[in-house]
Design a protein around this ligand. Structure first.
Ligand code: NAD
Length: 370
């Protein structure tokens, strides 16, 4: 049995609490002989700033670079509001994304039948929903230069952000989209604004070309990004994989997130380019939510987003799709019994703690594996 090397970065706030439950899941797969993990734990975010004055140290960056995958909790909190901009907790996460070249951000939006009533949309619109938003993460308007605020001669100010994409950047994210679609329902929807943006025109052309030449078996459609936002709240089940740039992906993935009810349920993965000799991608797995300082240290956090992030690591970094399916099933079954943390519990009903939810998922895994 191959051993996988995982770097655990719990971070701040509820990060260490939910990471504790993720560790329990990893240990269970080890004990059961399904997969073996060697883990190392290090500081990131505010916790790292307190220890060394940086949101992530050089030693931790080295560990991340050597690991098969990084499991990340969450960073930030009011305690670090006043720290220098470059050392703010989020800088640790941004450095990891940049230095590991994590250009593809996968955010599944899955609505467990037991939670369909927690969505703000009607049950039949979201029940059984299983879509994937693929967001380009290292290019586009968040990084393009010039990016500045200048003072004009007349004293007025002018702000500039630059939306910029090259063929290569679009090709590599398109290939990830088509590859993922092949493992799902074989459909890619490319969301862009080709009607008003030059970057949208190029995006459209490049995705079309890659689809035609390399993935003729996968259905491809183009949708204007604003229409995609509307369709997501009208009838989201029409989609399988939605691929989009950094800015539209930021917005569309948050819309998709709310279809499923709670932030505490949503995992994510960020992947780099495949290594030319091993085919292995650099990768980081994390819940979509932040450090939730309002509930930190009180055993109120829902650990499912973190545990489902472990599931994504099994699937996308370690080739353990069956183990990932088992974990997803265990989560769904536990929810079906009515076990809820406070964020997903109905008003007035009993809620379990972070640790009790972790233990319930472990117990269900044990009974499914019997
Ligand atoms: P948040 O996601 O931390 O919390 C938003 C709301 O959702 C809060 O009421 C919180 O209690 C609740 N919530 C979040 N995760 C939950 C979980 N697992 N279980 C139950 N409830 C949960 O967002 P915020 O309040 O805007 O930000 C708090 C801090 O987190 C800030 O410092 C922010 O910068 C940081 N942040 C970090 C990341 C990251 O590490 N990737 C992402 C977003 C925000």
């Amino acid at each position: 049995m191959a051993s996988h090397n995982l770097l655990l970065l719990p971070g701040d706030g509820i990060g260490p609490e939910i990471m504790g439950e993720a560790k329990g899941i990893l240990n269970w797969f080890g004990k059961r002989g399904i997969a073996s993990f060697e883990t190392e734990t290090a500081l990131v975010g505010g916790a790292s700033y307190d220890a060394c004055g940086k949101a992530i140290s050089e030693e931790t960056m080295k560990l991340a670079d050597q690991a098969d995958a990084v499991l990340f909790g969450a960073v930030g909190g009011p305690k670090w509001d006043g720290v220098p901009y470059d050392a703010r907790p989020e800088a640790g996460l941004l450095r990891l994304r940049k230095d590991l070249g994590l250009f593809a951000n996968l955010r599944p939006a899955i609505c467990y039948p037991a939670l369909a009533d927690a969505s703000s949309l009607k049950r039949d619109v979201v029940e059984g929903l299983d879509i994937l938003i693929l967001r380009e993460l290292t290019g586009g308007v968040y990084f393009g230069e010039p990016k500045e605020i200048v003072t004009l001669e007349n004293g007025e100010k002018r702000a500039v952000d630059t939306q910029l994409y090259t063929t290569h950047e679009i090709e590599r994210i398109a290939r990830v989209a088509f590859d993922l679609a092949r493992t799902r329902r074989n459909k890619v929807s490319s969301a862009e604004k080709r009607n008003v943006m030059k970057s949208g025109v190029l995006w459209n052309q490049v995705v079309t070309k890659i689809g035609k030449e390399e993935y003729p078996d996968v259905q491809l459609e183009h949708v204007l990004a604003d229409n995609c936002a509307m369709q997501l709240v009208r009838w989201p089940k029409q989609y399988d994989v939605i691929v989009c740039d950094n800015l539209f992906g930021d917005i569309l993935s948050d819309v998709a997130a709310m279809l499923t009810g709670s932030l505490g349920m949503l995992p994510s993965a960020s992947l780099g380019a495949p290594d030319p000799s091993t085919g292995q991608r650099k990768s980081l797995y994390e819940p979509v939510h932040g450090s939730a300082p309002d509930i930190a240290g009180r055993s109120l956090a829902n650990p499912i987003a973190m545990i489902a992030s472990v599931g994504m690591a099994l699937r996308y970094s370690f080739g353990l799709g069956e183990a990932a399916d088992l974990l997803d099933k265990a989560i769904a079954n536990v929810l079906a019994t009515g076990t809820r943390t406070k964020d997903i519990a109905e008003k007035g009903s009993n809620a379990v703690s972070t640790q009790e939810m972790g233990a319930a998922i472990l117990k269900e895994l044990e009974s499914l594996a019997r």
